[in-house]
Design a binder for this molecule. Structure first.
Ligand code: SF4
Length: 419
C-alpha cells in the first residue's frame, strides 16, 4: 500500500467539522427522504417512538452514555487528526478529553448526581491512558476520521458517519467503529448499511485518488472492525455477501416506505417502553403489571369488570351528549350570566374562557425552541394554557404560543340542589 500523500486539506474534524467543502454532502431536492441506521433502528423498535422523535421533534433526555462516548471519540480523533507524525502526547489527549467533558454541566450530560459524573470522568481518563499505552509507538495515520457522507440511493439520502476508515490498497477499505459501552454487540444491520453506502459513495473513490494516487473504479469494504475501547479488544467482521445486503436493503426500503406513508402504530413492549423518554406522552406505554392482560385465576372477574366499565362509559358518553344539548338550549334562551331556577335545582351560569391550539406541530415547535416540553408535562390544552400564566416562561415564548391560540367565550354551569 502506498503511503498517504501530503495534502493541503485540513484534517478531518469530529462529526465532519473539517471535511473539505468539496466533500461536503450537497443539498438534495425535498422529495429525497433522509435516512440513516439510527432512523431504521428506532422505527423498528417502535414506530410511535420514531414519530415522537423525528416527526414531532420532541427532544429526548440527554443520555450519560452518549456524553461519555462523545468525549472519548473526541479525544481519539484529536490523537489521530495530525497531517503527519509525531502524534500528540498522552497528556494532550487527556487534556482534550477534559476540555470536551467540561463543555457541559453534569445535568446537561444526563447525570443526576455530580459524583457519578466525576466517576465517569475518571473512568474516561483511565480508559484513554490505557489505550495510549497499548498503542504507543504504533499509531498509524488513518485514511479518514469521522467521515460523514450522504449518498442517494433508491430515493433515499442515506447518511453514515464512520469513526475511522483505513485504506488497504487495491481499492479495499477497512471501517473502524469505536465502542465505549459495557459490551460489544454485533449489529449486522449497521455493518450492512455502512458497507452498502461506502461502496456506492463516489466521493470516497475521489478521496482515495487524492490521498493515495490510486485510480480505482469502485471500492470494496473488505473488513469492518468494532474497537472496544474499555477492553482494548478488536472484533473484526468480514464483508457481507451480496445476497445478505440485498435482503437487508429490502427491509430498509420497507421501513422508509412506512415512514413516508406516515404509518406510526405503537409497538409497546417491556424492553422498548422501559427506556423510552416519551412514556409520559404515550397512551400505549407498557407500564408493567397494570398494562398486561390478566392471566390469573381471577381472569373472569377482571373480564366482567372490564365489560361493566365499558358499558358505564357508554352510558356516560350518552348522558354527556344530552347534557351538552340541554346546556346549549339553556344558553340560547338565557344568554347572560345569572341564576336559573327549577323546582329541584338552581343553576348558576358563568362566563368562562375556552382555549384551542389547532396547529399542534407549531406548538411543539415553540415548546422545543424554548426547552419547555418537560415543563409543559404533556400536550394538553390545560398544560399549555398554564404555561401562558407561568412567570418563569419567557415573554417571547408566551407571545409565540399566543399566536397559535384561539380563545372563545363559553358558559360554565354551577349546579345546586334545592333544600
Ligand atoms: S412508551 Fe412504548 S409504545 Fe409508547 S412510544 Fe415509547 S416505546 Fe412506543
Amino acid at each position: 500500500m502506498k503511503k498517504p500523500k501530503k495534502t493541503e486539506e485540513p484534517a478531518p474534524g469530529l462529526f465532519g467539522a473539517a471535511v473539505s467543502p468539496a466533500a461536503l454532502p450537497q443539498k438534495k431536492a425535498k422529495s429525497v427522504f433522509s435516512f440513516s441506521y439510527s432512523k431504521l433502528a428506532l422505527y423498528e423498535e417502535c414506530p410511535l417512538k420514531y414519530k415522537f422523535k423525528y416527526v414531532d421533534r420532541i427532544k429526548e433526555e440527554p443520555k450519560t452514555y452518549f456524553s461519555f462516548g462523545h468525549s472519548i471519540h473526541h479525544a481519539l480523533e484529536f490523537l489521530y487528526a495530525v497531517k503527519a507524525p509525531p502524534f500528540p502526547a498522552a497528556g494532550s489527549v487527556l487534556e482534550e478529553f477534559k476540555r470536551d467533558w467540561n463543555l457541559k454541566s453534569y445535568l446537561e450530560k444526563g447525570y443526576r448526581d455530580p459524583a457519578k459524573a466525576d466517576e465517569d470522568y475518571q473512568k474516561g481518563i483511565e480508559m484513554l491512558s490505557a489505550y495510549y499505552r497499548h498503542h504507543d509507538g504504533r499509531f498509524k495515520l488513518p485514511f479518514l476520521l469521522e467521515y460523514v457522507t450522504d449518498v442517494e440511493v433508491d430515493g433515499l439520502l442515506v447518511r453514515i458517519i464512520a469513526d475511522k476508515i483505513e485504506y488497504l490498497g487495491h481499492g479495499e477499505l477497512a471501517l473502524v467503529d469505536y465502542k465505549t459501552g459495557k459490551d460489544v454487540k454485533r449489529q449486522p444491520d449497521q455493518l450492512h448499511m455502512y458497507q452498502k453506502i461506502c461502496e456506492l459513495d463516489p466521493r470516497l473513490c475521489e478521496r482515495v485518488h487524492e490521498v493515495y494516487g490510486d485510480s480505482v473504479p469502485a471500492l470494496r469494504v473488505k473488513q469492518m472492525l468494532y474497537y472496544h475501547v474499555p477492553t482494548l479488544k478488536e472484533y473484526a467482521f468480514d464483508r457481507a455477501e451480496d445476497a445478505e445486503i440485498s435482503v437487508f436493503w429490502e427491509r430498509a426500503l420497507g421501513v422508509a416506505e412506512n415512514i413516508r406513508g406516515r404509518r406510526f402504530d405503537p409497538a409497546p413492549g417491556e424492553r422498548q417502553c422501559a427506556w423510552c423518554d416519551y412514556k409520559k406522552l404515550c397512551p400505549h406505554y407498557y407500564g408493567g403489571e397494570n398494562s398486561r392482560p390478566s392471566q390469573s385465576p381471577e381472569g373472569d372477574v377482571v373480564g366482567e369488570l372490564a365489560d361493566r366499565y365499558g358499558r358505564l362509559r357508554e352510558k356516560i358518553d350518552g348522558l354527556n351528549a344530552q347534557l351538552d344539548e340541554v346546556k346549549a338550549r339553556l344558553v340560547s334562551i338565557s344568554p347572560a350570566p345569572g341564576v336559573l331556577a327549577g323546582k329541584e335545582y338552581e343553576l348558576e351560569l358563568r362566563r368562562a374562557e375556552k382555549w384551542e391550539f389547532k396547529d399542534r406541530e407549531a406548538v411543539i415547535g415553540v415548546l422545543n425552541e424554548f426547552n419547555l416540553y418537560q415543563k409543559a408535562l404533556g400536550l394538553t390544552v390545560k398544560n399549555i394554557v398554564a404555561l401562558l400564566s407561568d412567570p418563569a416562561v419567557p415573554e417571547a415564548a408566551r407571545e409565540k404560543l399566543l399566536r397559535h391560540a384561539e380563545k372563545s367565550g363559553v358558559f360554565d354551569i354551577n349546579l345546586r340542589k334545592k333544600e
